[in-house]
Write a protein that binds this ligand. Structure first.
Ligand code: GTP
Ligand code: MG
Ligand code: MG
Length: 312
């Protein structure tokens, strides 16, 4: 007992000495700053100079800022969480729910596009959000998306499929200076969705229905063109690829749409006892999901407000 008390006393004395020493260091650091600061920078500490080590990552003006996220090692994540092959509606739904959360919480995203384990977010070219600092934009998108993915997991996977470990998403920022470049970027991602989906659809039909091993299916598909894959699907499995769900073939586009909302209100008029019913129409911005082609012009002609003029 006595030994324990002595130990405790020694520890308290030691911590008191340490905290006095820390105070002294802080005091001298602050005083040090006073000796070389100008009168306007009196409050700055001598450590302030470390700010100068930060690099400028401001995104070039007039460019669209694209942040693309991609799931980290989702091949494994999909296996461990029993995703349906090749397309799991729950997983696709959860990705899009998380992307909606990003658009709702962050400013200036005009369009988002998602497929598989990735989502691209396009900030309007005139955006000045976070002074266009790439790291701020990218990390806000990535962290909002990741936390939403975990937060909404149960809404899509229910209680029976538990989230076994925290998923992560990498992010990158790419700038596109013209509408053509931005459209080509999005077309590239949509073409990627189509190519992968056609391959995966044939591959998993060969394995699950055709009884091939994964390496046999891989071998069979080596060097085949899109027409060959369509033919295998049709002749061997009676599947017309054209009739496959659009969400798998085209991915998901999120955009802002204006909708008119009409509500009925009861108002009491001055100098009158009775209430009157009035209809109030308000315009609201909502996020809508589309599973359509946007490689052609039609989508862009139908939604002329997404892109801003090139001449700026
Ligand atoms: N079964 C199934 N798997 C999916 C689905 N969506 C995505 N995946 C898996 O996620 C992978 C995504 O591919 P990548 O992003 O290229 O690869 P990754 O394994 O995530 O690796 P890194 O991105 O490099 O970390 C696919 O290859 C699939 O294995 C789905 O709906 N169903
Ligand atoms: Mg990935
Ligand atoms: Mg991917």
């Amino acid at each position: 007992m006595l030994k324990h008390l002595a130990h405790h006393l020694r520890a308290s004395l030691f911590s008191a000495r340490c905290s006095r020493a820390a105070d002294a260091v802080a005091k001298s650091a602050f005083e040090g700053s006073v000796s070389f600061s100008s009168s306007t920078a009196m409050a700055k500490s001598k450590f302030e100079y470390v700010r100068n080590f930060e690099t400028d990552d401001t995104c070039l003006r007039n460019c669209y800022i694209v942040v693309r996220l991609d799931g980290r090692n989702f091949h494994r994540f999909a296996e461990q969480h029993n995703f349906v092959k090749p397309n799991d509606d729950r997983a696709l739904g959860l990705m899009t729910r998380s992307a909606r959360s990003v658009m709702e919480e962050l400013e200036d995203i005009v369009i988002a596009y998602g497929q598989s384990d990735e989502y691209s977010f396009v900030f309007k070219r005139s955006s000045n959000w976070f002074k266009r600092r790439a790291s701020k934009l990218m990390t806000h998108v990535a962290s909002q998306f990741s936390s939403a993915y975990v937060f909404y997991w149960k809404d899509y996977f229910g209680e029976e499929q538990l989230l076994l470990y925290p998923p992560g998403f990498d992010g990158r920022v790419v700038l596109y200076p013209s509408n053509r470049n931005l459209r080509d970027y999005l077309s590239w991602r949509q073409a990627d969705c189509h190519i992968n989906n056609l391959y995966n659809t044939v591959f998993w039909n060969l394995v699950q229905k055709g009884g091939l091993t994964t390496s046999e299916a891989e071998e069979k598909l080596k060097g085949t063109l899109a027409a060959d894959k369509n033919e295998i699907l049709f002749s061997e499995f009676n599947i017309n690829y054209n009739n496959e769900p659009l969400i798998y073939k085209k991915g998901t586009v999120l955009i802002w749409d204006k909708v008119n909302e009409t509500t009925t209100k009861h108002v009491k008029l001055p100098n009158e006892d009775s209430e009157k019913e009035v209809t109030v129409t308000r315009t609201r911005n909502i996020i809508t999901a589309h599973h359509c082609d946007f490689i052609g012009d039609e989508f862009w002609e139908e939604h002329p407000n997404i892109l801003e003029d090139d001449c700026c």
